[in-house]
Design a protein around this ligand. Structure first.
Ligand code: OOG
Ligand code: NI
Length: 480
């Protein structure tokens, strides 16, 4: 029996091999990433703080795009066979460079599963009913086109159901499942209807990539790097032009949080086209690209709000002083306003950690204090950061946008179809999990356990009263 996590690890590995043959620049990216990671591990004894080198070396995320709720449900079935569940809701239909999709990320959720292999796939659904992008006629033609295609063969779906039910597959079936699953995400040789593709492309290159072709494909595959600034420079030296910046938080001396990403522009790939007269000609499309990312600590809702506010302030200041470099503006802001140490992030309840009783805790009979800051400062507790496993809507929009051929058209005066996590869950037929709840779970559990071991009764009372050890005495319980 090949258990779920081995299926996932094998799928990630095979997809990576396949993508390397399809997009050679991806192989260069992997080489450079490998070098940079080796250097980081050799240089920095703490390089494994946010994931061991084995995890990081195998770590990838991919992206796919589908056209209908039915296709999304089938994709979800295949990911379920790999132990990947939908987490988070991303709406990319607003703002500059809006694209007609809503998305979620399929990924493993438990700490142990993530350590075994954290493979994740950012998965986007075309919103064909959104009148800002598609009028009723085009919606009907798109839906009819999409209804005629089959992205995943029935045999693959049957094997996926079986794998989910039994938490794995016998060797031979596992082999068949992996072969079919990888093949389903290869670039299809099927000719693209030139007029139809062009019509959709005028609205959005993403709409054309999804609804203008007969199959789906892996859109990019992203390795994880330990020093993204070094990688950015080195790719340039190798002659590969990256987009103009690294998205997400700036480089600075404080803790790495959330996600920093950069990519190289989509490359022209040969594709066959069917012309209006029925003949088939050669051509090229620029759709697929390479991306790389560095991951940091997961932030709580409060930490995330602080991050979002700093990003908004960075935008404002950069707009006011167009001659300054955005990175510098961001760094200055962060140095002034973002917690400079993991301790401060933990004490301020701005990021997620797993806690343990500290080995250097006071042995003089003192009682542990009630507040997290005191518990950490006095060595009662140690806090190990929890890595951010998800995506950033703004960076995702940036990644989509940086690789589009044009801006497309969007009627901003019309109202879009409402969409939220619940509606996406209904479309998938599975719950869409809340990422904050997934991080809070090991955070809360390890904290409670460590405090119990320490007999830190005051802190435990504060935890029960306020959800976290408080910054002082616990508030009195609310009574009648
Ligand atoms: C997905 C873009 C989002 C990321 O890393 O933020 C993404 C896509 O291009 O389909 O992958
Ligand atoms: Ni990506």
């Amino acid at each position: 029996m090949v258990p779920t996590w081995r299926l996932r690890a094998a799928f990630a590995r095979r997809l990576s091999e396949m993508y390397g043959t399809e997009v050679p620049a991806y192989t260069t990216l992997l080489e450079v990433t490998g070098q940079i990671n080796d250097e980081a591990v050799a240089r920095d004894p703490d390089a494994g703080r946010l994931g061991g080198i084995d995890r990081v070396t195998a770590e990838r995320h991919g992206a796919i795009r589908v056209g209908t709720p039915g296709e999304l449900r089938q994709a979800a079935q295949i990911f379920a066979a790999l132990g990947m569940r939908p987490v988070g809701f991303y709406d990319l239909r607003d703002g500059p460079g809006a694209v007609p999709v809503v998305s979620t990320a399929f990924r493993p959720t438990g700490t142990e599963e993530l350590d075994r292999n954290p493979f994740r796939v950012f998965t986007s659904l075309l919103t064909t009913a959104d009148r800002r992008f598609f009028d009723a006629g085009l919606e009907a033609r798109l839906d009819a086109f999409l209804a005629r295609r089959q992205l995943f063969p029935p045999e693959l779906l049957t094997l996926a159901e079986r794998a989910e039910e039994r938490a794995g597959l016998p060797e031979e079936q596992a082999e068949r499942f992996l072969t079919l699953a990888v093949a389903a995400l290869e670039l299809s040789p099927e000719p693209v209807d030139r007029a139809w593709y062009a019509e959709l492309e005028r609205i959005s290159a993403v709409a054309a990539d999804i609804g203008g072709v007969a199959a789906t494909h892996i859109n990019h595959l992203t390795p994880r790097v330990l020093d993204i600034d070094a990688l950015y420079r080195r790719m340039g030296e190798r002659g590969i032009t990256m987009i103009d910046r690294i998205q997400g938080p700036p480089r600075w001396d404080g803790p790495d949080v959330l996600l920093r990403q950069t990519s190289f522009r989509a490359l022209a790939e040969p594709r066959a086209f069917r012309e209006p007269d029925g003949s088939v000609t050669g051509g090229a499309l620029r759709v697929r690209f390479g991306e790389v990312e560095a991951r940091g600590i997961a932030l709580t809702r409060a930490g995330r709000a602080h991050y979002d506010a700093l990003m908004a302030e960075t935008d404002r200041q950069t707009a006011e002083r167009p001659d300054t470099v955005r990175q510098e503006t961001a760094r200055a802001l962060w140095e002034g306003r973002f917690p400079r140490t993991e301790h401060r992030l933990a004490a301020g309840q701005l990021a997620y950690f797993t806690f343990r009783p500290g080995t250097g805790r006071p042995a003089d009979g003192r009682r542990p204090p009630a507040d997290l800051a005191g518990l950490l400062a006095q060595g009662w507790l140690t806090a190990h950061p929890i890595v951010y496993e998800d995506f950033l809507p703004r960076s995702a929009a940036g990644i989509f946008r940086s690789n589009l051929t044009g801006d497309g058209t969007r009627a901003a005066d019309r109202t879009g179809t409402p969409f939220d996590a619940d509606r996406l869950a209904a479309a998938i037929g599975r719950p869409v999990l809340d990422p904050f709840a997934l991080y809070a779970d090991p955070h809360d559990r390890s904290l409670r356990q460590a405090l119990t071991t320490l007999r830190a009764d005051d802190a435990l009372r504060a935890l029960d009263g306020a959800g976290q050890p408080g910054p002082g005495a616990a508030p009195p319980p609310a009574e009648g």
